[in-house]
Design a protein around this ligand. Structure first.
Ligand SMILES: *[C@@H]1O[C@H](CO)[C@@H](O)[C@H](O)[C@H]1NC(C)=O
Ligand SMILES: *[C@@H]1O[C@H](CO)[C@@H](O)[C@H](O)[C@H]1NC(C)=O
Ligand SMILES: *[C@@H]1O[C@H](CO)[C@@H](O)[C@H](O)[C@H]1NC(C)=O
Length: 462
C-alpha cells in the first residue's frame, strides 16, 4: 500500500513538473511585483519585528506653545498645593492668531512620527472620527500627541465653522495621507443635532480607507490623555467589545408619534427581519469606541438612515441615543454589544473613551465651568494621569491652555522618553477587563454561552 502511494506520488510529480515550475515562476514574479508596488506607495507601513530596516527616522522633538513656556509642567504632575497654580493660567484665542500653514511649518510645530513606534501598535491600527469647529492650533497639537502613521483620522467639520478654520483643516489633511475630512458638512449644535450624521460620514470614509481595529467617535474638545501605545493596549484588553456608556433612555427626547418599528425604520437590509417589533432605546454619551466588526455591521447589515433622521427631530441630547440603542437591542445583535436585560435590571455602565466631570461636583479643582462641564486646569494634571479614560473633555485654550500644553508634553514624554514605561506597566488591566461589556463579550465567545444566564452584576473598578 505504501509503495503504491509512493509510486503514484512520483508519477504525479513527473507529469506536473513543468506546470509546477511555471506556477512557481509566476508566483515569484507576483511577490516581487507586490513588494515593489508596496514600497513605492507612500501609504505603506513598513512592519517588521525590529524596525531596524528603516533608514534613520527623523528625530522626535517637542515644542511648547510660546505663551506657556514659563510653566514648570513636570512639577504640576506631582501632587502639590493648589494655590500656587492659580496665577499661571495661560489664556489664548488661538483662532485669532496668524501662522504658517505650509506642510513644512506644520511638521516643524509638532513632531509626527513617520513609522509605527512598536510592533504592537503597527499591528493594531486605530481610527478616529472627530466633529470639529474651533481652535485649529489646539486640534493640530492634539493630533500630534497621539498621532501614528498606521492610524486613520477623520474630521467632520461643522458647517457653521468659519472659512479660515475650514481651510486650515483642509490644508492639514493635504499634508498627511492618513488624515481626511468629509466634504459633507452638517450644522451641528449643542442639542446634538446632526452629530450622528457627522460621525457616520466619517466612519463610512474611514471604513474604505484602512484596516483599523477600533474607531473612537469624538468631538472638538475631546483631547487625548493617553498615548497611542496606551490606547492600543486598552483596546486590546476590550477584546472586541464596544466601549459605550449605558443608561436608560429619557423617553421625552424621542418623538413617540413616529413609527419606531423595525419595519417602519426599514432597519435591516434583509427585509424579512423588518418586523413590527419596536426598537428598544438606550442612552449614553455620544463619545464611544466601536469595534471594526460593529462598524462593518452597521453599514453592511443595517440601514440606519431613517433611524438617524427620526432621532434628529428631537430637541436635546439626541446624539446620545443611536449607538447605545444599537449596542443593547438584542434583536439588532450588534457585534461587541450587550444584552438589553442588564439595562432592564437597572445595571448602568460607565465607559473609557472619554472623561468629563459634570457639575455640580466637588471634583473640579479648577472651579471653572462651561455648559455644566468642568474645564480642566493645571491643578488637575496630577490626578488626570491616573484616569483610565483615553480622552478628556475639556481643555479650553481661552481658559487654561497651559494645562493642555503640559498634558501633551507629558504624553510626548510617555511616548518618546528612552526610560518610558510600557503601557501594561502603567495601566490597570483589571479596570478594563472586569468591565461588564468586556466580560459579556468574553463569555459570549464560550461554546455554551447562554445570554439569559449572564450575570449583570457589575461593580465598577477604578
Ligand atoms: C518631559 O521630559 C523632559 C526631559 O526629561 C523634562 O525636562 C520635562 O520636564 C518632562 N515634562 C513633563 C511634563 O514631565
Ligand atoms: C434574512 O433573514 C431571515 C430571517 O432571519 C433569514 O432566515 C434569511 O436567511 C436571511 N436572508 C439572508 C439573505 O441573509
Ligand atoms: C486642592 O483643591 C481642592 C478643591 O479646590 C481641595 O479639595 C484640595 O484639598 C486641594 N488640595 C491641596 C493639596 O491643597
Amino acid at each position: 500500500m505504501l509503495k503504491l502511494k509512493a509510486a503514484m506520488r512520483i508519477c504525479f510529480l513527473s507529469t506536473i513538473n513543468k506546470t509546477f515550475l511555471a506556477v512557481l515562476l509566476i508566483a515569484t514574479l507576483f511577490v516581487i511585483f507586490f513588494y515593489l508596488a508596496a514600497h513605492e506607495s507612500p501609504d505603506e507601513i513598513v512592519i517588521s519585528r525590529k524596525f531596524n530596516f528603516v533608514a534613520a527616522p527623523p528625530v522626535p522633538f517637542f515644542k511648547r506653545f510660546e505663551a506657556a513656556r514659563h510653566l514648570n509642567c513636570e512639577k504640576l504632575f506631582e501632587n502639590q498645593d493648589n494655590s500656587t497654580y492659580k496665577q499661571e493660567k495661560v489664556k489664548v484665542d488661538l483662532d485669532a492668531l496668524e501662522f504658517d500653514m505650509s506642510c513644512s511649518a506644520i511638521m516643524k510645530r509638532n513632531f509626527f512620527p513617520h513609522i509605527p513606534l512598536s510592533p504592537d501598535e503597527a499591528s493594531f491600527p486605530l481610527a478616529f472620527a472627530k466633529v470639529v469647529y474651533k481652535d485649529y492650533l489646539y486640534l493640530e497639537a492634539d493630533l500630534a500627541s497621539f498621532y501614528a502613521p498606521q492610524n486613520a483620522y477623520c474630521f467632520s467639520i461643522d458647517s457653521k465653522a468659519d472659512w479660515k478654520f475650514k481651510s486650515r483643516i483642509h490644508t492639514l489633511s493635504k499634508c498627511f495621507s492618513n488624515v481626511i475630512y468629509t466634504s459633507n458638512q452638517f450644522d451641528v449644535d449643542s442639542g446634538g443635532h446632526n452629530m450622528d450624521a457627522s460621525h457616520l460620514v466619517c466612519m463610512k470614509a474611514l471604513r474604505s480607507y484602512r484596516p483599523w481595529k477600533y474607531v473612537a467617535l469624538l468631538q472638538n474638545y475631546d483631547s487625548a490623555i493617553k498615548t497611542n501605545a496606551e490606547m492600543v493596549q486598552i483596546y486590546r484588553w476590550l477584546g472586541g467589545a464596544n466601549d459605550v456608556e449605558l443608561n436608560p433612555p429619557f423617553m421625552e427626547r424621542i418623538d413617540q408619534s413616529l413609527d419606531w418599528t423595525f419595519k417602519g425604520l426599514n432597519l435591516f437590509k434583509n427585509s424579512t427581519k423588518n418586523t413590527d417589533q419596536k426598537i428598544a432605546f438606550a442612552k449614553g454619551y455620544n463619545e464611544c469606541s466601536l469595534s471594526r466588526a460593529a462598524v462593518d455591521y452597521i453599514f453592511d447589515e443595517l440601514n440606519v438612515d431613517k433611524l438617524v433622521f427620526q432621532l434628529n427631530s428631537g430637541s436635546f441630547g439626541i446624539d446620545e441615543i443611536l449607538i447605545p440603542t444599537l449596542q443593547t437591542d438584542d434583536a439588532i445583535g450588534l457585534p461587541g454589544g450587550i444584552t438589553r436585560r442588564c439595562l432592564d435590571e437597572k445595571v448602568t455602565n460607565s465607559h473609557f473613551t472619554r472623561k468629563s466631570i459634570w457639575g455640580p461636583s466637588k471634583n473640579c479643582p479648577s472651579d471653572s465651568w462651561r455648559h455644566g462641564i468642568c474645564i480642566f486646569g493645571t491643578e488637575m494634571l496630577a490626578e488626570m494621569e491616573n484616569w483610565p479614560e483615553l480622552f478628556g473633555n475639556k481643555f479650553i485654550p481661552e481658559m487654561d491652555y497651559g494645562a493642555f500644553e503640559c498634558m501633551r508634553e507629558r504624553l510626548y514624554n510617555r511616548t518618546y522618553a528612552v526610560d518610558r514605561m510600557l503601557p501594561e506597566d502603567t495601566l490597570n488591566e483589571l479596570v478594563y477587563k472586569t468591565h461588564i461589556i468586556v466580560r459579556y463579550n468574553r463569555e459570549r465567545r464560550r461554546l455554551k454561552f447562554d445570554k439569559k444566564k449572564f450575570s449583570c452584576n457589575y461593580q465598577h473598578v477604578g
